[in-house]
Design a protein around this ligand. Structure first.
Ligand SMILES: CC(=O)[C@@H](O)[C@H](O)COP(=O)(O)O
Length: 271
C-alpha cells in the first residue's frame, strides 16, 4: 500500500489536487529532463514564470514550455515572479488569461533581486484586485501570520509562506511563524521556497502544512528525476506522520519495554 493511499485529499478552490507536492519549472538543464522530473514527482500543480513567456500576442506564449508540460496532465500555475509591484503583477495575470492560461495565479512580487523577498503591501493590493476579477490567487508571502490572515479575508485560495529565501536551500527557518499561520488558516498553507532537501519537505508536513512547492532543489540536482522521487516519498511520509499524529517531545526518558502492567506483579522496566 502506498503511503499516500489513505491521505486526505488536498482541495484548493474546490478542486481536488492529486499531489501535495507542487513543482516549479525554472533552472532545469533541458525540457525533456524537466518533463521526466515532473512525471516522477507525481505533481499536478506546476508553476510557470510569466516573464519567461512571450506575451506579445504574436504567437502561443507557452509553445516551448507546453511541449514539455502536457496541459491535460498538469494544472499550470502562471507565476508573476519578476513583477516589482501590484500593477505589474495584475497586468501579467491578465495577460496570462488573455493568452489562454487558467485563471489561477501564483502571486509573487519581489522588488529586490538580492533576497527575492515578497513585498507584503503590493501583494495584498494585487490580491484584492485579482480576487475581485475572479482569479484563483495563491500568494507567495513572507511567513507573516497577520498578512496571511488579511489575505484570507480578501479571499485568496491558499497562502504560501516562505521557508527561507528562494533558491537558498536553507530549509524552514521561519518555523514558529509558519506554525502560527497553520493554526489560524482557513485556506491551505503551502510552504514555498528554500526547501533544499526532502527532509525539509517532510518537516513542513509534520508541522501541519497542506502542501509544499519545490523548484531549485530538484531542478539543479545531478539526477532531477531521482530527486523528484525522493521528494515525493518525503511528502508522503511527512503527511502520513501528521495524519497519524506524532507524539510530543519529552524531557524525560520513557522505557521502551515497560514490564509493569504486562506481566502481573512485575515492577521493573527495561530500557
Ligand atoms: C518556482 C517558484 O514558484 C519559485 O518562486 C519558488 O518559490 C521556488 O523556490 P525554490 O527554488 O527555493 O524551491
Amino acid at each position: 500500500m502506498s503511503l499516500s493511499s489513505s491521505s486526505t485529499p488536498l482541495i484548493i478552490a474546490g478542486r481536488e489536487i492529486r499531489s501535495r507536492l507542487m513543482l516549479g519549472t525554472g533552472k532545469f538543464s533541458s525540457g525533456p529532463l524537466m518533463h521526466d522530473a515532473l512525471e516522477a514527482s507525481g505533481a499536478e500543480i506546476v508553476t510557470v514564470a510569466l516573464r519567461r513567456a512571450d506575451l506579445s500576442g504574436k504567437k502561443d506564449p507557452f509553445a516551448n514550455i507546453l511541449e514539455f508540460i502536457p496541459a491535460d496532465k498538469y494544472l499550470l500555475l502562471p507565476n508573476t515572479s519578476g513583477a516589482m509591484n501590484a500593477q505589474e503583477a495584475v497586468r501579467l495575470a491578465r495577460l496570462a488569461v488573455a493568452a489562454g492560461l487558467p485563471n489561477w495565479v501564483k502571486l509573487e512580487i519581489h522588488p529586490d533581486p538580492r533576497y527575492l523577498l515578497p513585498d507584503p503591501i503590493e501583494t495584498l493590493a494585487a490580491a484584492e484586485i485579482l480576487v475581485k476579477e475572479g482569479f484563483v490567487v495563491l500568494p507567495y508571502i513572507n511567513a507573516d501570520p497577520v498578512l496571511a490572515k488579511r489575505l484570507q479575508d480578501v479571499g485568496v485560495a491558499t497562502v504560501m509562506p516562505l521557508g527561507s529565501p528562494i533558491g537558498s536551500h536553507q530549509g524552514i527557518t521561519t518555523r514558529r511563524q509558519i506554525e502560527i499561520i497553520i493554526e489560524q488558516a482557513t485556506v491551505p498553507v503551502v510552504v514555498d521556497a528554500g526547501i533544499g532537501v526532502p527532509s525539509h519537505a517532510a518537516e513542513a508536513f509534520e508541522m501541519g502544512a497542506d502542501a509544499v512547492l519545490v523548484n531549485t532543489a530538484i531542478a539543479i540536482a545531478s539526477d532531477p528525476v531521482r530527486m523528484a522521487l525522493a521528494f515525493k516519498a518525503a511528502v508522503e511520509a511527512g503527511r502520513a506522520a501528521y495524519e497519524i499524529g506524532v507524539a510530543g517531545a519529552s524531557a524525560l526518558a520513557s522505557a521502551t519495554s515497560p514490564l509493569a502492567g504486562i506481566f502481573a506483579g512485575a515492577q521493573d522496566f527495561e530500557g
